[in-house]
Design a protein around this ligand. Sequence first.
Ligand SMILES: NC(=O)C1=CN([C@@H]2O[C@H](COP(=O)(O)OP(=O)(O)OC[C@H]3O[C@@H](n4cnc5c(N)ncnc54)[C@H](O)[C@@H]3O)[C@@H](O)[C@H]2O)C=CC1
Ligand SMILES: O=C(O)CCC(=O)C(=O)O
Length: 449
Amino acid sequence: MKKTCTNIDQFMAGLRKRNPGQEEFHEAVQEVASDVLPFIANHKDYQGECLLERLTEPDRVITFRVSWVDDEGNVRANRAWRVQFCNAIGPYKGGMRFDETVTESVLKFLGFEQIFKNSLTGLPMGGAKGGSNFNPKGKSDGEVMRFCQSLMTELHRYIGPDKDVPAGDIGVGAREIGYMFGQYRRLSHSFTGAMTGKGISFGGSVGRKEATGYGVVYFMREILHAVDDDIKGKTAVVSGSGNVALYCIEKLVQLGAKPLTVSDSSGFIYDPDGIDEEKLAFLKDLKEVRRGRIEEYAEKFGCTFKEGRPWGVKADLAFPCATQNELNGDEAKSLIDNGLLALAEGANMPCESKAQHLLRKHVLYAPGKASNAGGVAVSGLEQSQNSQRISWSLEEVDKRLQGIMKDIHGKCIEHGKGKGAGDKTDYVRGANIGGFIKVADALQECGVF
Ligand SMILES: NC(=O)C1=CN([C@@H]2O[C@H](COP(=O)(O)OP(=O)(O)OC[C@H]3O[C@@H](n4cnc5c(N)ncnc54)[C@H](O)[C@@H]3O)[C@@H](O)[C@H]2O)C=CC1
Ligand SMILES: O=C(O)CCC(=O)C(=O)O
């Protein structure tokens, strides 16, 4: 019987050859394979069916043109994708990203990560991701609406509550989901939960907007409790000022921590007095309503604005919540030299591999597929509520979210406790193996396809 190749160099050479130039995808697979291949080598049950080879090949990649008309009457064209990676344990599930940096490689890395993340939540969701190189920044509401409607005119053929359920990600918030869902409803002539992150007035779940940011802080609380410590009184450096960052800050403030920074693509602010509820309200208005630049915070509250990234600021905890590869090896070293205790990723793959390596060795380090799973978990709860045509209260959703983050932490402990440097828990290994097992079991039990 042909066995899974368990040599990482050989495995990666094959993957690179089949996916030339897709750097982000290579990086994401390398991280998972370096834990999963040794696991397979030690577990006969998982050796026979080329499981990781199959899991690194998407079920399908749908690529299409999106034509739309701007406010001046010019016809514009963008490219969009939906990467349906693996539906072994449930309908495809994952966000849509609108940003000029979106490529097939970026969406393959995100869709691949989503397989393991969704498995860790314990909910029946497969892995997918989609998006477009359309940049919503600086576009009018009318332009964004026409773009979203045009995109959904093609995408609607491939999605549905039992097939594939997209949601938001970078550049896709409540406004974009509303426009896309509205078009889906029109074209499908039905009202079903084919998307999550919907507005509360049309089938959304309370708590979804807050879920990723709250979830990452709940996960950090578990990490600290496991070493008899607590979040209260800790200082935190946070990057980003979008959906994940804002609600990460909100939960940090609620739990008595002191967030010191936020950033956007123009730079970061450092507020040594800490961001409190009043300052957060200003930030939410700035970013969610006015869509302004972060420098305005510094002008309003008299603190520092700097170009670049916030990782030189001394803090106990770090939460990268902006985008992939936003923290390099030198920046990780600077955080560690400044006495960092723990880092939990709010974004997907924010730490470059050199940074990951150092963080894994020196601090408690939680990878996004575990620590930012709260968003997709509450999306899963939104799907359940839609199927049953009921709405849970915020208390109910938040209680479930906290339970899910605790369970994910438990899986990381189960597969990673004592496996890291100095007998620390290796959360990366824990998440990779914990996520892999359920999907691998399902693949084996459903026959080869
Ligand atoms: N929204 C969600 O529920 C989830 C999001 N994520 C991940 O979290 C990260 C942030 O997503 P959202 O907050 O939803 O997006 P968002 O669009 O609301 O915010 C993104 C933030 O990142 C900043 N940013 C983007 N590119 C940047 C760059 N090159 N340099 C510096 N800053 C940059 C933006 O200024 C903005 O503050 C992404 O990696 C996303 O994949 C992960 C799990 C769920
Ligand atoms: O809620 C969802 O389906 C999407 C979440 C997501 O894109 C992510 O976890 O990165």
